[in-house]
Design a binder for this molecule. Structure first.
Ligand SMILES: [Fe+2]
Length: 321
């Protein structure tokens, strides 16, 4: 074979090989395109994400509880209360827990309050009770939970302590005084459907006076005044606990071998954030309340803390879309 012929043959073989390689690349590209089209078609057949129903914040089997405290009657913050009441209307809880100090009783019987307390002497107890009755009416207008609890705080207890301290009075006079002054009676709590839990009575198996237990959580008006009150409450209760009294939102959680997961919550208060007796000290108080979603199937629950700030509920995005 001549040299020219040999070069031609080798050139033809190289061209054939290049052509084969190009054909293979085209076939692979076609397969890839087919796969992409098939996958696109499959994805079109998948149902779009289910739209969440606006305003429905819990599923059917759940039991919903709202917890609020430290309203302080005529010292309540009206904007914070308005925000809370609007949320309450949207939530429609099955249970409402009022955590104590729903009245203020700021001037009346101030000497029975803590050492160094400055009486809000322009306040009258009569006005305070009238205002607290108004808040209870507004709560009733917003929602009608089947279960209602009112835990006595130190402000309610002050009046009871004064009445019961009239040792020389006839028991009929004590009862007469109670009818005139005792928060439980002048707020018509029985007629309003509230169970009233007193600070000097032990309930169920709680073991501590004034404590109440519902669905795995203890409720107590006060668990101390320390800055890290939630962490302190956890170690004192060694159980799930909700407390009030410090007027500051607080949360702590831990998991212990003996108890498993336990949490402590303080929802904050609903009263004016800077009272007279704090003088020039910033109080650090916060507004808010708790919502607890309790599964009737498992007993598990999820607690949500709703912050209210300057009369605006931060739960608004969930509740009022
Ligand atoms: Fe309190």
């Amino acid at each position: 074979m001549s040299l020219k012929k040999t070069v031609e043959v080798s050139e033809n073989r190289r061209l054939r090989e290049d052509l084969d390689a190009a054909n293979k690349r085209v076939t692979a590209a076609e397969r890839q395109a087919e796969t992409a089209v098939a996958s696109l078609e499959r994805s079109r057949k998948i149902a779009p994400p289910r739209k969440l129903k606006v305003g429905k914040v819990h599923s059917k089997g759940d039991f919903v509880e709202v917890v609020v405290g430290d309203i302080h009657g005529n010292q309540a913050d009206p904007l914070a209360m308005a925000a809370f009441l609007a949320d309450l209307k949207a939530i429609q809880p099955d249970r409402l827990i009022l955590g104590g100090d729903i009245i203020n009783c700021g001037g009346f019987l101030a000497e029975h309050h803590t050492l160094g307390y400055v009486a809000e002497s322009t306040d009258s107890y009569f006005d305070d009770i009238a205002q607290t009755n108004h808040w209870l009416d507004e709560i009733e207008n917003a929602a009608q939970p089947t279960e209602r609890l009112y835990i006595e705080g130190n402000h309610e207890h002050r009046v009871e302590r004064w009445v019961l301290g009239q040792k020389l009075a006839h028991h009929k006079d004590i009862e007469f005084l109670r009818r005139q002054f005792a928060p439980e009676l002048v707020l018509n709590l029985k007629a309003r459907g509230y169970d009233y839990f007193k600070r000097d009575t032990v309930y169920d198996t709680c073991g501590v006076p004034g404590w109440v237990k519902r669905d795995g959580v203890f409720f107590a008006h006060d668990m101390g005044l320390s800055k890290n009150a939630a962490a302190a409450a956890l170690s004192r209760a060694s159980a799930n606990v909700v407390f009030f009294h410090t007027h500051r939102a607080d949360f702590a959680a831990t998991h212990l071998p003996g108890s498993g997961l336990i949490t402590a919550w303080n929802p904050g208060c609903m009263c004016k954030r800077q009272p007279l007796y704090m003088h020039t000290n910033p109080s650090g108080w916060t507004h808010g309340y708790l919502v607890r979603f309790i599964s009737r199937k498992t007993g598990n629950f999820q607690t949500v803390h709703i912050i209210i700030d300057n009369g605006v509920s931060y739960g608004g995005a969930i509740l009022h879309k």
